[in-house]
Ligand binder design. Sequence first.
Ligand code: URA
Length: 195
Amino acid sequence: MIFDNWDQLEQAVSSCENCRLCETRIQTVLGAGNPKAPILLVGEGPGENEDKQGIPFVGRGGQLLDKLLLHVGLSREKDVYITNMVKCRPPKNRNPMPDEQEACIDYLRSQTALIRPKIIVCLGRIAACKLISPDFKVTSQHGQFFERNNVLLTATFHPASVLRNPPQRGLTVDDFIAIKEKLDELLASELGRDC
Ligand code: URA
């Protein structure tokens, strides 16, 4: 079911029992940031800290994400909305299973419809395989842009992966620079059309 207002969406997510993840969560994590942001960032699922605080990307990966945003001049509060493929923590931080992602996908569809972002950024393989293409390879396809229904989709490395693999850091910085440039381009062409 697609929700066309935030109140109903928040209420549905907070009481959701659509999959087994509801049995082990402390709380649901819907998302954070500007609900009118031009960029929607999509991770995998809440981790331990997120499950405790109810906010996405607040652990070490979140701190790295904040740095990446800051580095390219994007604000976590104003320019982006951050969410995950699943809104409940998978036990022991395992990857969310396909049926869990499917059970949660209408919440993400509702968020996308409400936010109407210009660019959707998949953080890591799980989001990229679900949102861009099932055989997506982050190592070779990160930073590429794909258009669907008038929205640009791209993927970069998951912050947790970057923390484990320092050589991915430079590539991820380059992807964030390209995302910011793409956004500036889109905003400039919109402005040109309005004048
Ligand atoms: N990893 C994710 O994919 N999402 C979070 O919110 C935190 C860690």
